[in-house]
Design a protein around this ligand. Sequence first.
Ligand SMILES: Cc1cc2nc3c(=O)[nH]c(=O)nc-3n(C[C@H](O)[C@H](O)[C@H](O)COP(=O)(O)O)c2cc1C
Length: 324
Amino acid sequence: MKTRITELFGIRYPIMQGGMHHVGYAELASAVSNAGGLGTITALTMGTPENLSKEIRRCRDMTDQPFAVNLTFLPAFALPPYAEYISAIREGGVRIVETAGRSPEEFMPLLKDAGIKVIHKCTSIRHAIKAQTIGCDAVSVDGFECGGHPGEDDIPNMILLPLAASQLSVPIVASGGVADARGMVACLALGADGVNMGTRFLVTRDAPVHQRVKDALVAATERDTRLIMRPLRNTERVLHNDSVERLLQIEKEKGSALHISDIIGMVASVYPRVMQQGEVEAGAWSCGLTVGLINDIPSVKELIDRIMAEAEEIVRGRLSGCFS
Ligand SMILES: Cc1cc2nc3c(=O)[nH]c(=O)nc-3n(C[C@H](O)[C@H](O)[C@H](O)COP(=O)(O)O)c2cc1C
């Protein structure tokens, strides 16, 4: 398949795996890239730039296809050494970086001088336009449906994507709400050049996470996500569980006086416990609305092959048939 995204990244299919904390290791990234998509290692999960260098080497041993590294810019007091992470990316020969969290403007000279293609993931048209203005090669538009941080505007991709398509000239990736061929074809119709999936890739045999995480997501429905941290303007869509219920109760009680320290126990250091130990009730962890569409645990290759075969059938069969 050929779109502006397959051309830009040199990949077979316009399907990307977004950075995922404590999920985006070499196992998943290489499986996605080997299956024709664009896999992504999540830099901050590695803890240090040295560990990221090792993970990049491990991934290169597992695939000869292009893969990306995600750099998430956190709203943190003790900021990670981003410039050193970028050096590790550059020295590891990685040519594609997914940025997220806040504008990558400060780091664009470092990234561009290294010949790195930057795809910035953002949740609003104004931020997408800004990303294009500062030289990003593509934007990933994270709609309200997405797992992780959907922003504060609550605009779903049905609206964001056509707006982005009519206002941007760089290629657009639709992020959030896609789990199958129907979603991918819809996003392409809305103006996207490719799709980014998080939650769907988490529920694959190649995702290096505990089986209980995958089983919890297969069991969940489209009504089982919640939005947390809205009073802090750091909204996150997570899977519902007892910890999340307690967190929401605290948010309700504290109202606008809520401080991050009130809920820190339910949001900090949760990921390793959930993803590696399988303590799915340990706290809040990201999950998109697509969880309602996920009913099986295929390999990444089975998933991507299925999406591509069904997408072709939808376009050449069902849709073209509508015009006969
Ligand atoms: C468990 C999990 C962890 C995530 N961690 C990150 C992260 O560290 N950085 C980031 O930019 N996005 C993160 N995301 C967001 C994904 O990269 C992607 O944008 C999102 O999942 C797309 O929505 P979907 O889940 O509907 O496919 C995470 C998503 C999930 C489900």
